[in-house]
Design a protein around this ligand. Sequence first.
Ligand code: AFP
Length: 425
Amino acid sequence: MLRLSRASFFCRCLLSPSNQSCGVTANAVSGRRATDLQGVLAQYDGGFDLGRCKFGGGPGEGAAVEKKEWCECRLLFTQTKPAILSHTEETMREFPLTLTQFVIQSQAAYPGATGEFSSLLTQIGLVGKLIAQDLRRAGLINILGTTGDTNVQGETVKKLDAIANDDFVRVFQSSGHVCALASEEMEKPVFLPGNWPHGKYMLLFDPLDGSSNTDNNMPLGAIFSILKYDRTDRLPTEAELIRRGTEQVAAGYLLYGSSTMLVYTVGQGVYGFTLEPGIGEYLLSHERIKIPDKGKVYATNEGNYSKWSEGIKKYLGSLKVNDKATGRPYSGRYSGCLVADVHRLLLGGGIYLYPGEVDKPEGKLRLLYEANPMALIVEQAGGKASTGTSRILEVEAKKLHQRVPLFIGSRHDVEQAELYIQGRA
Ligand code: AFP
């Protein structure tokens, strides 16, 4: 709670040629928040100068209105007596759409949509909340460190890897929407006869991306890729989960950083939602994310430099040249969590690269759980994702845990990397 002498509210007003003013009383405020506004005003023991109305959009302050027009307004109130106002009230504005509301609204564009997909996304959001809750308390309860096991990739399993994987499986076992699950942490897919034939989706996921960050309070993520399974005569087979990235019907990630975010695409742009912990809802915070065509940041584990091909070494060298005209040198930023690094690039541009090594040309990252979903997101945001020689989304998938080199980010930056790798620069 904090003491304020001024407060502001956002609202929508309908203006018309005969009424060009938004009005300065609560009664004149139209739009969704009118009731809230009156409710909030009623709580104050102070009077208000319902003063200035600033047009934030629409025709603009003082402009003539020729037809009926909606106008986003910011109303400024000056309190004449001190009162206690909560921070939420202070910042009250048009309430952003929740994830569910957004998906339902977008679904209206698809006449045949059943609502299953929106419910599936809500379940992913639920997994995110479960994991985020554990991560918030991880230093206080005994869930840091390793389980003592090694996964199918030959990597040490962190306790949180296992917990996150279990959360995905538990939630989707009883969701009804998914008939098969494949995870970076599970050698074999899990088929869910109880959800079939109703559940027509298949979910592939990396339950905890960047798990080397678990013990250091650094960012983590989860990545998901959604495929559709149309047959109704039998459950899918493992082979039917192994598809090209172009066949994904949706993809996204959860980012556990200073806030928890869910970012996804269904092939119609990229949308980001931030978890509002107070109400447990994901709210639309990043609409139609567009990646800049060129950035000034590169993200890579440069400790592997000596294992890379000459082309990749030359490309890295080119990013460090001091040349103001071409925006170089680039800054190096690497978190060890693909989700966090790609999220930074989506918003600010640049390139993430995890190349193959001379003795391990397939690289480290998993095609189906990491590269494909991130590639769909970045392409949908206007960027590019490449193996260095071809488009990630067109790579022929041959096995579930297949690895692939990855160059992903701003279009110009990825194209530059390709030139060096292919010996054309
Ligand atoms: P995990 O998903 O196994 O935790 O690996 C993380 C990751 O796949 C990706 O998120 C990182 O960018 C990359 O590997 C980090 O690998 P290095 O530790 O070799 O840099």
